[in-house]
Design a binder for this molecule. Structure first.
Ligand code: NAD
Ligand code: MG
Length: 396
């Protein structure tokens, strides 16, 4: 029986890679719903190829434009956040790929968890914002959570099959989270103030959306992933160690009490973790090149430089602070990255603004999802104020 899929964020990098794996395994997977935001023509082409029952966009004028492109098809076009939640909870859906970028991905991912679906989580912001509530929804509704982020997928594959988050019982000592170090790993620190958006999005190993590419350059991405690992694997912050590995072949590792370290290796291609999670516990073709270790020759590792990458340190601090701090960090980072891409603040302004916002908004309540939404909104306002002041000063 083919598995029925909803793909949130189908037009993005993860969405396109997911459809590529689906197209290689047409007897195993069937697309029931596709969603996108702005790239309407691309979404229409995807609908023609995969013939989903539903296509969803956020805004009604985009829906009309999409509808006009799909009049001769059986695909029904829907609009709005409720429609995104609707296609995650449909009875016929088995699996939801949650690949919207940013905090906009939280509500649909939660809807999928609450409907007890198999949730393939690419949207790490969901866990950074509301990890406790999301994990409660997964457990409380019998959902299955499989991580798409390559590091977390590697950790998942390196943990025992029956791992329940009890590290002592399973003899798990540490998680070794690998990081490429991004495009600025060896660049002279004094030149970082002149970094342009073009330089920041040019990742040496991975092709990704703009937001996550900037996060990779600042290593905020690794900071978000430390927080993500904390929630996914019930790991304490001191059990999660970041290791720089510039070749991006070892996607992460798990260290056991007896000294064993298990790793997952593959070429840096998101189709591997996507195919793993789509087919789990089976394996399917992903179209990925075989790993040629002899050709690679060497794999290297080094410790991260927290002075070069202050965002990584801020993420550890937010995780240690707990409560709403990681939601504040995530929201402020979204605002700062957008402002950097718009050339309103310099690259170093990302970390500076986060430090300022985290300093001002400590101790906000985090007793409910509503509290976290409020913390997210407060952090956005605070970060926007910082950006406006900084860019105002720069233009004077
Ligand atoms: P992307 O920018 O390429 O695609 C984002 C998708 O989300 C698009 O389909 C877009 O239409 C949709 N979208 C954006 N804003 C939306 C909104 N407000 N409402 C509804 N839909 C919206 O991003 P990506 O690189 O595919 O990343 C998606 C998620 O996966 C991110 O959370 C990212 O951190 C995570 N992730 C990506 C990679 C990667 O290699 N690209 C790896 C690990 C994790
Ligand atoms: Mg990753």
């Amino acid at each position: 029986m083919a598995k029925n899929l909803t793909i949130l964020g189908a037009t993005g990098t993860i969405g396109v890679n997911t459809l590529d794996v689906v197209a290689r395994n047409p007897e195993k997977f069937r697309v029931v719903a596709l969603t996108g935001q702005n790239q309407i023509e691309k979404l229409a082409l995807q609908c023609r190829q995969f013939q989903p029952r539903y296509a969803v966009v956020l805004e009604s004028d985009k829906a009309s434009a999409l509808q006009a492109l799909l009049t001769d098809t059986a695909t029904e076009v829907l609009a709005g956040m409720e429609a995104l939640e609707f296609v995650c909870a449909l009875p016929e859906i088995d699996t939801v790929m949650a690949a919207i970028v940013g905090s906009a991905g939280l509500r649909p991912a939660l809807a999928a968890a609450r409907a007890g679906k198999r949730v393939l989580l690419a949207n790490k912001e969901t866990l950074v914002m509301a990890g406790r509530f999301f994990m409660e929804a997964v457990r409380g509704h019998g959902a299955t959570l499989l991580p798409i982020d390559s590091e977390h997928n590697a950790i998942f594959q390196s943990l025992p099959a029956n791992y329940d988050g009890d590290s002592a019982r399973h003899g798990v000592r540490r998680i070794l989270l690998t990081a490429s170090g991004g495009p600025f790993r060896t660049r002279a620190v004094e030149t970082l103030k002149a970094v342009t958006p073009e330089e920041a999005v040019a990742h040496p190993n991975w092709v990704m959306g703009k937001k996550i590419s900037v996060d990779s350059a600042s290593m905020m991405n690794k900071g978000l992933e430390v927080i993500e690992a904390h929630w996914l694997f019930n790991a304490r912050p001191e059990q999660i160690e970041v290791v720089i590995h510039p070749q991006s072949i070892v996607h992460s590792m798990v260290e056991y009490l007896d000294g064993s370290v298990l790793a997952q290796l593959s070429n840096p291609d998101m189709r591997t973790p996507i195919a793993h999670s789509l087919a789990y516990p089976e394996r399917v073709e992903a179209g990925v090149n075989w790993l040629d270790l002899a050709k690679l020759g060497s794999l290297t590792f080094e410790a991260p430089d927290f002075a070069r990458f202050p965002c990584l340190k801020l993420a550890y601090q937010a995780l240690a602070a707990g409560g709403a701090a990681t939601a504040v960090l995530n929201a402020a980072n979204e605002v700062a990255v957008a402002a950097f891409l718009d050339r309103r603040i310099p690259y170093l302004g990302i970390a500076a603004s986060l430090e300022s916002v985290l300093g001002r908004l400590t101790g906000l309540p985090a007793e409910s999802l509503e509290d976290l939404m409020a913390a997210d909104a407060a952090a956005r306002r605070e970060a926007q104020t910082w950006v406006d002041r900084e860019s105002g000063m720069a233009s004077r």
